[in-house]
Design a protein around this ligand. Structure first.
Ligand SMILES: Nc1nc2c(c(=O)[nH]1)N[C@H]1C(S)=C(S)[C@@H](COP(=O)(O)OP(=O)(O)OC[C@H]3O[C@@H](n4cnc5c(=O)[nH]c(N)nc54)[C@H](O)[C@@H]3O)O[C@H]1N2
Ligand SMILES: Nc1nc2c(c(=O)[nH]1)N[C@H]1C(S)=C(S)[C@@H](COP(=O)(O)OP(=O)(O)OC[C@H]3O[C@@H](n4cnc5c(=O)[nH]c(N)nc54)[C@H](O)[C@@H]3O)O[C@H]1N2
Ligand code: SF4
Ligand SMILES: [Mo]
Length: 742
């Protein structure tokens, strides 16, 4: 059996963040850099500050950036090794054209000729089948300038409603829940509020592996006496240091939140003043949760009644608290309900909108926050405006200098786009910063759909698995080759600074998009000369919207170590904490702190529904999927960074010793997991840290090692997020053939 570390020190060594200041590394130790560039990590949504060491137009290492307030010089293993990807031999430096006779299936192509081919294919497809036969899929690892440009380009450059982005797989349940309850979609607090919380509730977030720097905030809170509650089907590293661990069955968090609220009401652990003055809908919710007795909650969630009562008591009696959640509760066909359940217990406690009292959804991708605000979502216009709202449309049409009818209506979510590709409705695709062949559920379907496209162009700096299906690949820019803003986990808008030029024919993504607009003869509105110009247009486009960036400038970001949005004017410092009495709010206009006309937050009844595919006699186990600390998302980048690969070379199937014993499975042995959609053969990792009815597979690998061969394409009806976190599965020993095929 694999042993897991027990002490805090061991956790740090084996899993976690490098808490403690690191000395810089460099490719060539002793070589003096030409310059140090202050910027941020390219990976997760925490956006740690880092200084890149640059010599001869190459990033050769890093130095900590101690003064950046969020991470104060700390980095996790990915941040430490990120600089190694730029020099990788796979880096795309020319355009590529599909050629089945060429080695690797592609041959290099002149950049301008590639752009001309892209233009003529788009014209051919749109001429024959209409503008909507083209689709765009985009990404939230890119700067906000690029995200904004992609939304504008799809609507005006391609005149298609079909654009969506990879945040659809990530932040949309959180966003939809926040919008329903608060009227705004941003983490409500700066992270310093964690430090003074008496109770920290962590639901469905593997904080130590996926938001490593946040671990430090949680542990500091604990040093100050905070009690930590962790809800997860697995005893993750953060759970091992928790005061109370609740091993929820995958897909049942809403039952737990309803059960907690039941006990809060029964014991009068409520802030009546807050509920009366600042919310609506409590009575209907109180009626609904009557059925969620501790006994019923325990039956549904698989958590012992004692643990439920203890959690309710700690949460109920606290004077200050912080609740955070991530994809563990959101990646569900009822992800929005789970989020609303979490918000309900926060609102009932009244502990929001003041110091040390907070709530946050942990942002995933580098620009998971900013990338979901300015129009690359299928139903959204800049400033978090709604594409179906006539006033919002009219405002943006004015900024863009077009007739309002020229802005197409809402499109569809990215999975639905693949269904439309499969049905032949969408015939041409542009992808940028997205690897759906690895990251979408039930990915055999995605692969089939990709092969049906008449024309597909991918923009990336590596030839990812999806791009291998492209007709043309255009070499885009790495993070350190461009500048622009991103919005990190707290809602702080920060600046990515350029460190080096792109190699060969590779160029900044926004230039490539403008080149395509130009060759289509639709360059009006796509003649920006630098990211700053795009940002200045975005500021105007966001003005008066909920996500108002109009008072943010590159200079203000530098002067203040970031600016928290909303920031509605030049003399406004930004909004550190949402929902504080008196803070700027264009919707409530003084009526109250929340972003509705009456200024009140909404309690929303969130009924429990089981997962789309529950266990049965044929598939008796719950499969859940997620991450490991050293790999990132579809792995395109981190599978090319040697030290990170060494740390976790290949995926394994985590299972409990009791399950292993029942099936005669030994640790390290090859086993096969099956769902109704696919099979996967990997090594077993027998651990006591998982529920015996659940198995876990990390998803960062492609092809026969991809967890998404098994996952289900069921989606939340509101947010359209896929149900990555639970489907029915079974396991058995692998056959000799399955072992040989690996
Ligand atoms: N190392 C690393 N860090 C990352 C990323 C990465 O790929 N690698 N990706 C970034 C991105 S884009 C994201 S979205 C975040 C994701 O960050 P997290 O959401 O923290 O990561 P996951 O591993 O997807 O899932 C979190 C936990 O949910 C648990 N879980 C599964 N089902 C349930 C359930 O029904 N209820 C509850 N309560 N828990 C459940 C899993 O056991 C897992 O421990 O991480 C970001 N940071
Ligand atoms: N089974 C399972 N599947 C999951 C999840 C899960 O928990 N379980 N999690 C889901 C989540 S939360 C997420 S966020 C998605 C992520 O899924 P994807 O977004 O598909 O994964 P990435 O690896 O981020 O793919 C991004 C691609 O963009 C490229 N890229 C990065 N930055 C830039 C840039 O600035 N410019 C350009 N041009 N390209 C860039 C990278 O090289 C990579 O090829 O996966 C989802 N899939
Ligand atoms: S991956 Fe996230 S936690 Fe790690 S260094 Fe980068 S931004 Fe920081
Ligand atoms: Mo994500």
């Amino acid at each position: 059996m694999a042993t897991l570390p027990a002490s805090k020190e061991q956790l740090l060594d084996n899993f976690g963040p490098h808490l403690g200041r690191m000395s810089g590394e460099s490719l060539s130790t002793g070589v003096e850099p030409d310059k140090l560039v202050k910027t941020h990590c390219c990976f997760c949504g925490q956006q740690c500050g880092i200084q890149l060491k640059v010599r001869d137009n190459a990033v050769i290492g890093f130095e900590p950036w101690y003064d950046f307030p969020f991470n104060k010089g700390m980095l996790c293993p990915k941040g430490v090794k990120r600089y190694l990807q730029g020099s990788h031999e796979d880096r795309l430096v020319t355009a590529l054209e599909r050629d089945t006779n060429a080695p690797g299936g592609f041959r290099p192509m002149d950049y301008d000729a590639a752009i001309r081919r892209v233009g003529s294919e788009i014209q051919r497809i749109q001429g024959a089948h209409g503008n909507s036969a083209m689709g765009v899929i985009s990404g939230a690892s890119m700067t906000t300038e690029k995200a904004y440009l992609m939304g504008k380009f799809a609507r005006l450059g391609l005149k298609t409603p079909y654009i969506d982005y990879n945040g659809r797989l990530c932040m949309v349940s959180a966003g939809a829940g926040n919008k329903k309850a608060f009227g705004i979609d941003r983490a409500a607090n700066p992270w310093d509020d964690i430090l003074g919380a008496e109770v920290v509730w962590i639901a469905g977030a593997n904080v130590a592996e996926c938001a490593p720097i946040t671990t430090n905030y949680v542990w500091q809170a604990r040093e100050h006496g905070a009690k930590i509650i962790v809800v997860d089907p697995r005893i993750t590293p953060i759970a091992r240091t928790a005061d109370l661990y609740l091993p929820v069955k995958p897909g049942r968090d809403i039952a737990l939140f309803n059960g907690i609220l039941h006990l809060m009401i029964e014991n009068d652990w409520l802030d009546h003043g807050f509920i009366d003055n600042h919310t609506v809908g409590f009575d209907a919710l109180a009626e609904h949760v009557k059925q969620w007795t501790p006994k019923h909650t325990a039956e549904v969630t698989g958590i012992a009644e004692k643990g439920i009562r203890k959690a309710a008591e700690w949460w109920g009696e606290a004077k200050t608290s912080f609740l955070m959640h991530a994809r563990g509760i959101e990646h569900h066909s009822h992800g929005v309900q789970n989020v609303l359940g979490a918000i309900n217990i926060v609102l009932a406690s009244g502990r929001i909108g003041r110091e040390n009292c907070g709530y946050a959804t942990i942002t995933g991708q580098a620009n998971g926050q900013g990338g979901r605000e300015h129009g690359q979502k299928c139903d959204q216009l800049p400033g978090a405006r709604d594409i179906f709202n006539p006033e919002h449309r009219a405002y943006i049409a004015g900024v863009w200098g077009v007739n309002v009818d020229e802005i197409p209506g809402p499109g569809v979510d990215v999975y639905e786009m693949f269904r439309k590709i499969d049905q032949g409705e969408i015939k041409g695709l542009i992808s940028i910063c997205f690897n759906p062949k690895v990251s979408l559920p039930d990915n055999a379907f995605v692969t089939r759909a990709l092969e049906k496209l008449e024309f597909y162009v991918a923009i990336d700096f590596f030839l990812n698995e999806t791009a291998q299906h492209a007709d043309i690949v255009l070499p885009g820019s790495l993070h350190e080759e461009d500048e622009g803003v991103v919005t990190q986990i707290e809602g702080r808008v920060i600046k990515i600074n350029k460190a080096v030029d792109s190699p060969g024919d590779a160029r900044q993504d926004w230039k490539i998009i403008q080149d395509i607009a130009k060759v289509l003869g639709r360059e009006k509105g796509f003649t920006f000369k630098e990211p700053r110009e795009i940002f200045n247009e975005l500021r105007i486009a966001s003005k008066g919207g909920v996500a108002d960036y109009s008072g943010i400038t590159y200079e203000k970001i530098e002067a203040q170590s970031g600016v928290f949005w909303p920031c509605p004017s030049d003399d406004h410092p930004g909004t550190l904490r949402l929902f504080e009495p008196g803070s700027w709010n264009p919707i409530a206009k003084g009526a109250g702190p929340f972003y509705f006309p009456d200024g009140r937050a909404r309690f929303v009844v969130a009924p429990y529904t089981p997962p789309a595919e529950d266990v049965d006699a044929d598939y008796p186990l719950m499969l859940t999927t997620g991450r490991v600390v050293s790999q990132f998302l579809s792995g395109t980048q981190t599978r090319r960074i040697g030290p990170l690969v060494d740390q976790y070379p290949e995926p394994v199937i985590e299972l409990h010793p009791r399950l292993a014993e029942k099936l005669g499975i030994r640790d390290g042995e090859l086993i096969t997991a099956e769902s109704r959609r696919g099979t996967i053969t990997l090594k077993a990792m027998v651990v006591t840290t998982i529920r015996p009815d659940t198995i876990f597979i990390p998803y960062h690998w492609p092809g026969r090692k991809s967890a998404n061969q098994l996952t289900i394409s069921a989606q939340d009806p509101i947010s359209k997020i896929p149900e990555y976190k639970v489907c029915a599965a079974r396991i058995r020993k692998a056959t000799p053939d399955e072992g040989r095929e690996l």
